[in-house]
Design a protein around this ligand. Structure first.
Ligand code: SF4
Length: 224
């Protein structure tokens, strides 16, 4: 378990990020199902591509589980083409829709406790831990801290983790350190994504980073 991930350190990082970016007001999406669809579509692609796919789904009245299941496969695949890997994601969306309806729709899923809800989501074809936790946090407002590649990169450069911890070890450690707080987890993950995309990139821009003063790898060769 990463000992350096203490509550005060994690809070200080969050405060510095929030002061830098402002509150980021995530997740963009109108309702639980649309957020879940976005979580599947954003796998391996930029959010701007997801927005185009969601706009096309909206235009064709396909942003509902029954409509997605009933429409021809080619129609669904064509609608989500901008998100990339559209044949793979078509299968994943259909699996999500089937599970959504089999579990009583939004109301049935919302009535489940967090652990059984995670199990139902993880049982869906193509839904891994990160996607399931995106859905748990942003669609169902559960106190679940999402771990993604940006989280690992930033925390390891800050010297707080090795970067190869298991997903649930890292998630559990951070959740224990911060305590259950949906609003905090929501914005914290958004802050991490913003830093990872714009500043703590593969070649980091440490000169523009609000965490540089306490980062042991800041301004090492390769950073700009
Ligand atoms: S100072 Fe540089 S390496 Fe450290 S977190 Fe910021 S961008 Fe990443």
């Amino acid at each position: 378990m990463p000992q350096a991930l203490t509550g005060p350190r994690l809070q200080a990082i969050y405060q510095a990020l929030r002061a830098h970016h402002g509150h980021l007001d995530w997740w963009p999406g109108d309702g639980r199902f649309e957020i879940a669809v976005g979580a599947v579509l954003t796998q391996n692609t930029a959010w701007t591509n997801v927005e185009k796919a969601i706009a096309r789904l909206q235009a064709e009245d396909l942003l509902a589980p029954r409509a997605m299941l009933d429409c021809p496969t080619d129609t669904l695949a064509e609608a989500i083409r901008p998100s990339g890997y559209f044949n793979v994601k078509t299968k994943r969306l259909r699996a999500l829709c089937t599970a959504w309806l089999e579990n009583g729709g939004e109301q049935g899923l919302a009535g489940l406790d967090t652990d059984p809800l995670r199990e139902r989501l993880l049982a869906v074809h193509g839904v891994g831990r990160e996607t399931a936790d995106d859905i748990l946090l942003y669609a169902f407002e559960r106190p679940v801290f999402v771990i993604d590649a940006y989280t690992r990169r930033i925390l390891s450069r800050l010297g707080l983790v090795s970067g190869d911890e298991g997903y649930d070890v890292l998630r559990g450690t951070i959740e224990q350190a911060l305590g259950p707080d949906v609003a905090l987890y929501n914005d914290y993950h958004a802050q991490i994504v913003a830093l990872g995309k714009d500043t703590c990139r593969p070649k980091p821009r440490c000169g523009a980073c609000p965490l540089a003063a306490d980062c042991p790898t800041a301004d090492q060769p390769g950073s700009a």
